[in-house]
Design a binder for this molecule. Sequence first.
Ligand code: HEM
Length: 453
Amino acid sequence: MHNNSKQAPGPKEKFLTGSLHAFQSNPLKFLTSLTEKCGSVSKFRLGPFQRVYLVNDTDLIKEILVTKQQSFIKSRDIQSLKSIVGNGLLTSEKGFHLKQRRIIQPAFKKTHITMYAQDMIDTTDKYISSWSSNTERLVSDDMMDIALGIISKTMFSMEFDKGATVIGGPMEEVMKSAVRRMRSIFPLPLWIPVKKNRKYKQAVKELDKVLFGLIGERKETAMEHEDLLGVLMRAKDETNGLGMEDDQLRDELMTIFLAGHETTANALTWTLYLLSQHLEIQDTLFEEIASITGEGPVKPEHFSKMTYTQNVISESLRLYPPAYVIGRQADEDTDISGYHIKKGDMILISQYVMQRNPKYYEDPNTFIPERFNNNFIKTIPEFAYFPFGGGPRVCIGNHFAFMEAVLVLACLVKQFKFSPPKEPQKMKAQPLITLRPKYGLRLITQKRTKGEA
Ligand code: HEM
């Protein structure tokens, strides 16, 4: 029936495991070299049965994420997160997802999220107020703390210390197990009472207690809160006027918390790494921030004026996209530009690979924020740059994350210069749930003096 369908090329594979080992041991290297060898569509196996297509063509990516998206569901690794985030936006599908997205979308509109800008600035300024000059810091941990502080404050009006203790701790334990589960093709069923599973379930239970506790507290008071929890508790489906049940609210809160802090923290860490490697770019950045803010602090209204700072973040998201790959699974047999995809086949689309493609980017591996000048994005095909994905499943937190990254970076660079430590450090991208530096990032923070600009 499909004799005319196109055959995709692929790598040499092991009989039973296919490319499982090569993929798991270094996904970025595997995806990059497969693209170099096989071009816009290639095919490989993960284990004996799982067929995977790697798609590197902007038109085909659009078919998968937009025009034919009804034929696909999230890939199994994302589905395995259901044991933490339940049926929240990231993991739900079809009509249910659409309904939830409709209810939640208004909370993330550009006009609404600007009200969180001051919280983002205050959290950062407070965090760095204790930093001393000329010290070496593990800034990757700092960025995680700041992002955790910001999501705790904007979501629950919780101050950093409390957020870090009551949510950050159990969340870290849950994330560690989630990574293990996503990376293993056959995760151990959670009902098997081994120590790892018990710890995981205990951490999920603790998080549940915190979240249901917060929801319960809010219900008992008449006071309206403008934080994300308040907005989501009031959100209604406009077609029937119904809001979310507590269980669904819990799933969405957990989802936003999981999806929304490690990604931004890693984006900021990679940005500081790139700036420490390009001190001249860091100086230009400082000059922009100093000229806009003057002697005073960073303010929410500075965001739209900081065009160079925005370009620095866009370029950092190009080179080190925290979500380095998007996975889908065919939910029915379908054709993508002549390739026959069978139900159950997996599709991988990699931002890391696409955003370093010399077809779209001159000097693709070099950090050049200026390339984003003059509406550069409009000059390249859609899906040559997509750090936040695209189509109906595009990141709901894209404006939130971008504004957060720009404002946090402005607060940091206004006050400190970041340079590499004396002892050179190993930098290796580690692709777990998100792309992060494997050994963390250590930098020397040097206080900027007044009048330096
Ligand atoms: C730099 C930071 C971030 C990056 C790079 C990023 C990237 C992404 C990507 C690529 C997707 C689509 C995944 C897919 O199609 O399979 C996604 C989905 C999602 N992101 Fe983000 N994200 C970031 C920050 C955030 C923040 C701050 C939040 C919330 C506060 C958030 C919440 C979500 C949610 C809920 C989804 C699922 C949306 C849906 O399927 O309807 N993300 N993100």
